[in-house]
Design a protein around this ligand. Structure first.
Ligand SMILES: Cc1cc2nc3c(=O)[nH]c(=O)nc-3n(C[C@H](O)[C@H](O)[C@H](O)COP(=O)(O)O)c2cc1C
Length: 349
């Protein structure tokens, strides 16, 4: 089998396994409580959830996160996702695009997104080992407004055919940042981030970080299912949840723009992410499921309802803007407090 075929099959398998994944991983969203206020200072129409961070300005703090491309089937999915993004105004990321450089015949599975949504905010996506000289080509392919670099060491190590070499990642990320003139977002793929990782990213000059935590799409489970033996199935709870990753990021939120994704399925989850300091919230699996099962129009309706309900919840915290939400009181469960104490102690660093 050629490398190209292998890659296309892998991409199709990822989508298939994600759609079949039913096991729920702990999200920790139920361990964060927002405080309800009964006398709002605002009307629903006053609520403004626009989000501006760095050079990015989004009308709503929600985006369709990186998923797919690289095969005929996933071209069709990207076309549908792009139509949803266009109709809702949501920014959208493509799945890992290195495949398009290795095999130009799959380029259109990515460029279809720009074709369908000429004026939308599109993000290109590459791995941390992508050769710097290919990055511009990848950005041009979709005329990207931002570039995501995924750091997925856990997935690679659990994947039988995955990478085993990682120590050049930091240098490569730094080189990419120095070469491109659009925002570069470094993201996880569902294993979450530690404060140490975030601190290293800041040292490299990264200021946009998607902590993409555990609790939703689970690549440890998917990679275990893709092979014949279940050799590493004990790793399926590895990583930090989205909530814990946000807690880990708290100290850096003044210097970095933190985005949240991983296991967000309700408007309440999304608002909790914003209250924990995220500038915007990424949705992957839930949008993929909707678009595949219910079609484009129903997914557009779903997202518009999602945003409307986020506004209602924001109002109940007596917040009007994202800035207000950031300082709204929230109460953490003893498990989360325990994590915080063990990791941060009294040191406010
Ligand atoms: C089918 C599928 C494929 C994915 N492929 C990529 C990818 O190519 N690059 C990437 O950065 N993240 C990829 N992800 C990870 C998502 O961007 C996101 O970080 C993760 O799924 C957690 O969000 P969720 O729980 O809402 O799905 C993929 C996710 C799914 C569901």
């Amino acid at each position: 089998m050629t490398k190209t075929n292998e890659r296309s099959i892998r991409k199709d398998e990822h989508v298939r396994y994600v759609l079949n994944q039913t096991e729920k991983n702990e999200t920790d969203f139920n361990r964060v409580h927002l405080v309800h206020h009964s006398l709002p200072d605002f009307n629903l129409e006053d609520i403004d959830l626009s989000s501006s961070f760095g050079v990015i300005n989004w009308a709503v703090p929600l985006y369709i996160n990186a998923m797919t491309g690289g095969s005929e089937w996933t071209k069709d999915i990207n076309e549908k996702l792009a139509l949803v993004a266009k109709a809702t105004g949501l920014p959208m990321s493509l799945g890992s695009m290195h495949a398009a450089i290795k095999d130009p015949s799959v380029e259109s599975s990515f460029s279809i997104a720009r074709k369908m949504n000429p004026n939308g905010f599109l993000m290109a996506n590459v791995g941390a080992d992508v050769p710097v000289e290919h990055v511009h080509e990848i950005i041009e392919l979709i005329d990207a407004n931002a570039l995501q670099i995924h750091i997925n060491a856990a997935q690679e190590l659990i994947m039988p055919e995955g990478d085993r070499q990682f120590k050049n990642w930091k240098q490569n990320i730094q080189q990419i940042i120095n070469t491109v003139d659009i925002p570069v977002i470094v993201k996880e793929v569902g294993f979450g981030m530690s404060r140490e990782t975030i601190s290293s990213l800041l040292e490299l000059g990264v200021i946009y970080i998607d902590i993409s935590g555990r609790g939703g799409t689970n690549f440890a489970e998917i990679e275990n299912l893709r092979r014949k033996n279940q050799e590493m199935d004990y790793m399926q709870t590895w990583g930090q949840s989205t909530v814990i990753s946000l807690i880990e990021s708290e100290h850096f939120q003044k210097n970095a723009h933190i985005l949240a994704s991983g296991g967000v399925t309700t408007p309440l989850d999304a608002v909790k992410c914003l209250a924990l300091g995220a500038r915007a919230v990424g949705l992957s699996k839930i949008v993929l499921e909707r678009v595949m099962n219910d079609g484009v129009d129903n997914t557009v309706q779903f997202i518009n309802d999602f945003i409307y309900q986020m506004k209602k919840i924001t109002l109940l915290t007596n917040s009007r803007t994202l800035k207000d939400l950031n300082s709204t009181p929230r109460v953490l469960s003893s498990e989360l407090e325990n994590w915080k104490t063990q990791r941060m102690g009294n040191d406010d660093e």
